[in-house]
Ligand binder design. Structure first.
Ligand code: NAP
Length: 562
């Protein structure tokens, strides 16, 4: 029997969503509910995004479980039982899998499909998306739900390949875990991941050496099991809790104290800090409204946190090494820890200040610093990510007129509302640069973006619109607004991933939007009320008609060869 070779059929969907973490799953659920066909692509071999990868010991969320969870389904909200104030990574991953099963999401999720290339066809107004394993889709819309902290980075140190022990990155943790008992372990990096991991590794390892570049302020988690009484109490008022969160700057439900830290007397200030310290978690940064705006106000809170650190560390030399002095409190993302500073009182823990005693190389048996050699069996890089833009710029994304996103963002991200990019029609970003994103309860921001985008796509469908593009002038004004708002704060004073300092080659620009969840929500509402002001909405013309059915046919005609 002869076999005719037909061109391989390329599936058409209304929307390709890149990423199967919290954002991608929520987009899939909502877009399906709106009647769109969707394909979610993820490079990992299972769903979960960052919560799939960050399995390091002690990994947990530092936003309260009740808030770091989906709000779209009251049934889900009521039936899921969080066990702790701050959920662990395994519990969050179980939740994500529960959501995928409960809402039947898996059938439209394609794992082990790393998007390599996405190109826009200016005539057909369609995206073609290709993956590393030969996967190929055509879609009207492309939604990038790739996360803010997904592309890892590790120091490029000479000798890394010579090390005879094992090297791990906190965000690429092996599924089977790592055995630390009887081992000499080195952890490089003291951000949120290092700070969470270090107390646990110290308990398990024979010896732990912590290589610290920048001392960090950290807020105590005061994690605790959630009692039945607390669970019932929150669930009884969940709607109100969610509504309140949307109406706060952080999306966390904390309303900052109304008065300036500078108007309070020293006693009142101290009392406010003392009250918030054990209870507020991450919300401590909002103990007063001006802590991230006024250097003088920040000096007070920074000194308060240093005092708290000092109370926890016995050895005066180690204590001094741990003192954060080179940036205002909160301008780098402060970790929320459980026993981090106390860990340095242990006999089996050593702290190396690599600003004074820099790492020269990795050797076969450990890490060589200017001050000497540290014998190690295991090295852990808790050195973070190419944050916020890394995962957006990794695939080759080609917009209108063959221009790539890398070219467009050469001087830093340029978006309208953080959602759309001029020159990249029908492409949208969830919780990305220039939106509240990492400066908010990111889960709430994800849901806000998905709902807003879904409404836009429904509007487009109902009005025969086949192309949506951020206008150049609206984008220019938004980029300027994001910059101006950041300059009114202390954030630019720190070297941080907010400022693009995480990767040497990045332009130094402030990346998230500091305007807050509430202000940003109002902006989104105004844009809709003004007929999607700032977006060019191009109606279908008879000559360019490419409905869903036509698009599938176009795919077979060779559009896929782009
Ligand atoms: P991170 O905050 O960027 O911290 C990376 C650490 O590695 C910093 O101490 C950094 O020092 C150090 N480092 C980076 N490059 C280095 C190099 N070449 N040599 C030596 N040290 C180096 O990364 P992360 O701790 O993975 O956390 C990233 C973000 O993920 C957090 O801010 C948070 O938003 C999120 N996260 C959240 C949780 C949670 O919910 N609890 C947990 C983990 C992570 P410098 O400070 O000097 O750059």
């Amino acid at each position: 029997m002869s076999v005719e070779t037909e061109p391989a059929e390329v599936p058409y969907v209304d929307v390709v969503v890149v990423g199967a973490g919290f954002a991608g799953l929520r987009a899939l659920y909502t877009l399906r509910e709106c009647g769109f066909t969707v394909a979610v692509l993820d490079e990992s071999d299972d769903i979960g995004g960052v919560w799939y990868w960050n399995r390091y010991p002690g990994a947990r969320c530092d936003v309260e479980s009740f808030d770091y969870s989906y709000a779209f389904s009251e049934e889900l909200e009521q039936e899921w039982r969080w066990s702790e104030r701050y959920a662990t990574q395994p519990e969050i991953l179980r939740y994500i899998n529960h959501v995928a099963d409960r809402f039947g999401l898996r059938s439209d999720i394609h794992c082990s499909q790393q998007v390599r290339r996405a190109a826009y066809d200016d005539e057909a107004h369609l995206w073609t998306v290709q993956t590393d394993t030969g996967g190929h889709w055509i879609s009207r819309f492309l939604i990038l739900a790739v996360g803010q902290l997904s592309t890892t980075k590790a120091p490029d140190l000479p000798g890394t390949d010579d090390f005879t022990g094992a090297i791990y990155h906190s965000a690429r943790w092996p599924q089977e875990g790592v055995e630390f008992a009887g081992k000499r372990v080195g952890v490089v990096g003291t951000g949120s991941s290092g700070t969470q991991m270090i107390p646990i590794v110290a308990q398990q390892a024979e010896h732990l050496t912590v290589f610290q570049r920048t001392p960090n302020y950290s807020i105590p988690a005061n994690n605790a099991p959630i009692t039945d009484e607390r669970d019932e109490q929150v669930k009884a008022g969940y709607r109100e809790r969610r509504r309140k969160a949307l109406d706060t700057p952080s999306g966390l439900g904390f309303t900052p104290n109304k008065t300036s830290a500078l108007e309070a007397t020293p006693e009142e200030r101290e009392q406010t800090f003392e009250q918030a310290w054990p209870t507020a978690g991450f919300g401590f940064v909002l103990a007063f409204p001006d802590l991230l705006i006024s250097q003088e106000a920040n000096d007070h809170v920074s000194e308060f946190v240093r005092k708290k650190i000092a109370e926890k560390v016995r050895d005066p030399v180690v204590r001094e090494k741990l003192m954060p002095r080179d940036h205002p409190f909160g301008t780098k993302r402060p970790p929320v820890d459980s026993g981090y500073f106390e860990t340095f009182n242990r006999d089996n823990v050593e702290l190396v200040d690599i600003r004074k005693d820099p790492i020269d190389a990795i050797t076969a048996t450990g890490i060589l610093t200017a001050g000497g050699h540290h014998d190690l069996d295991i090295i852990v890089f808790a050195t973070g990510f190419d944050a916020m833009t890394g995962s957006l710029l990794r695939p080759e994304i080609i917009g209108s007129g063959e221009r790539t996103l890398v070219e467009k963002w050469a001087d830093g991200p340029q978006t309208y509302l953080g959602l759309g990019v001029h020159g990249f029609p029908n492409m949208f970003i969830i919780a990305g640069p220039q939106s509240p994103s990492l400066l908010s309860n990111v889960l709430l921001s994800i849901e806000q973006h998905v709902d807003w985008l879904a409404a836009l796509l429904v509007h487009a469908r109902d009005h025969g619109i086949e192309e949506i593009e951020a206008e150049a002038e609206a984008e220019r004004r938004w980029v300027e607004h994001v910059r101006e708002r950041a300059e009114q704060t202390l954030y630019p004073k720190a070297r941080s991933y907010y400022m693009g300092d995480d990767v040497a080659s990045k332009p130094r620009v402030f990346t998230p939007y500091v305007g807050g969840v509430r202000g940003y929500r109002r902006t989104l509402e105004r844009v809709v009320a003004d007929g999607y002001d700032g977006f060019a909405l191009k109606e279908r013309t008879s000559g360019s008609e490419t409905s869903s059915a036509d698009a599938a046919a176009l795919a077979a005609q060779g559009l896929q060869t782009r």
